[in-house]
Structure formats: structure tokens, C-alpha cells
Design a protein around this ligand. Sequence first.
Ligand code: ZN
Ligand code: ZN
Length: 312
Amino acid sequence: MKISYAGICGSDLHIYHGSHPFVKYPRVIGHEFAGVIEAVGDGVSASRIGQRVSVDPVVSCGHCYPCSIGRSNICHNLQVVGVHREGGFSEFCCVPDSLAYNVPDNINAPAAAMVEPFSIAANMLNRTGASARDVALVYGAGPIGLTVVQVLKGVYGVKKLIVADRLDSRLKGALENGADVVVNNSEKELASWLQEQGIAPTLVIDAACHPSIFAEATQIAAPAGRIGLMGFPAETSSVVQRFLNAKELTVYASRLNNKLFPTVIDWMASGKIQPHKLISHRFDFHDIKQALNLFETNPMACCKVLLQFDEE
Ligand SMILES: [Zn+2]
Ligand SMILES: [Zn+2]
């Protein structure tokens, strides 16, 4: 495929700096991308040439235990495009036919590159479930947190949505993307603030991923609440089991996405989610160093930074 746009993600910075645990070099980075099919290999219908597609980066084996129970995103032999095989920060990329999902005309090229980041939110909320009865609390209003915010409001219509972050500029972004209430948890002690407000979240999503959050989430969650964990901190978290059992809390972990590209593409096509609200910058791909640097050093100014390879 000929790439049109690719998004920069936090994990790309780790690969760029050589601090990602799973990568072998050399590697073409990039797992959030979209473009147009330029040529096909043996066994793939030539009718696919010219189709506009977004690529699910999750490559699974199809025969291990997780694959056999429909959990292919945690396949034993998992390969992620842009991590274990060549990715989308390139003018051309070769991907498996089955992972190139057609994108309808009302989703433009930059939005098509946003399907993957939304698939992360889709998978998390598919794991926890969400409904109009939920009072949801999202930790972190960065790019991933904001995709969760948009899906919680636009798709699931949760009753009340609270977002906690340590940066006021990001909280402003949370309000613009559907949060009902925001709180700066570097200024206010979150547990007591929630108590003052009479808020007991039934669904807590950690998109900020500091190890202290998991422990706090078990304290503040309502009875029968669900907690969704998104990040990969390696530090120990001091969770008190009593909170889990006294309230019968359920904890869900989520990684990548489990075949949710068609779902996200439908949400986008029907206007339930707004990818353009999250795109803060676009760079010509020749300026990738500048783009990576901005994304890394100025989280106040950026949400999703896209590289542009080819204008459709
Ligand atoms: Zn990503
Ligand atoms: Zn497998």
C-alpha cells in the first residue's frame, strides 16, 4: 500500500530511542496508518488495488490458545506491525490482506489513520462494558484518554463522565471531547474530592498509567465497579485486596485490539466519534524528527501528531 497518513504514538518514541523491550533493529516504525492499496501479492484479489484502507497492526497465528478462544490480540506468537515487522512510517508498506480494512468515502485520509488509536479505547471498553447507567472516571486526558472519553460519550452514552489529569490544558481538551466534569488531581486529592461531590464511579479507566492509580482506583470505585487498566508500568502497585473483595470489583487489562477495526470504522462513518478533534498537528514525513521532538517535549501543545506522506 501507498501510505497517506501515519500517527505518532508514545510507543514509537521508545522504539526511536531504543528503549522498547520487544523491538529488533533495524525497524520501520509506525502502527497507526492508512493509505491506498497499490499492488497485491499471490492469492489476493486484484480488485483490492485502489481501495482506501486502514491497517490493523495486530498479526496473530490463529492456532494458539488465545487465538482458539477468540483472543487473538494476545496471541502467543503476536506480531505488531511497526514493532515486530516493518510499519507505516514509510511511503510504501506491505501488510497482510486480511488486516487492510476498507474505509468508506466519508472518512478522509487523516481520520483513517486514527482508527488504530480508537481501537485501543474500543478494546478497553469492550472488555469492561459500558452503559448509560455508568458514572465513568477516566484518568489521563492525553491522546488515549481522549479516545476513551469520546467513545464513552458518543458510543455508550454514559450518564456522567469525569476526567482527572495533572495538566489544565489537557482537561480543557477533555471538556471539548465530552467530559462532564474535570478535576486537576495534582491540585486536589481525588478520593476526597469525589466524596465531597458525592461521586462513586462505577467504571474507572486508567489511561494515565502511573502505578499509584490502580491502588487509588480500587478505593474510589463504587460497589460492583469495574476498573480498566491500559498502560504497562513495570513498577509495583500497592493494591489492598480488601477493597476488591468488599466491593466485588472487577479488574480488566487490555492490550491492542481484538478485531475491532470494523466497529471503529462504523463509529467514525456514523459520526459517533470525531477523530479530527484529536489531530493537533500534521507534518510532512520529511520532518519526522521535528514531529517526534514536538510530541515528546511538548505534551501541553500536542494531542495526535500525524505524518503526511501523500495527499489523497
Ligand atoms: Zn499507538
Ligand atoms: Zn495465536
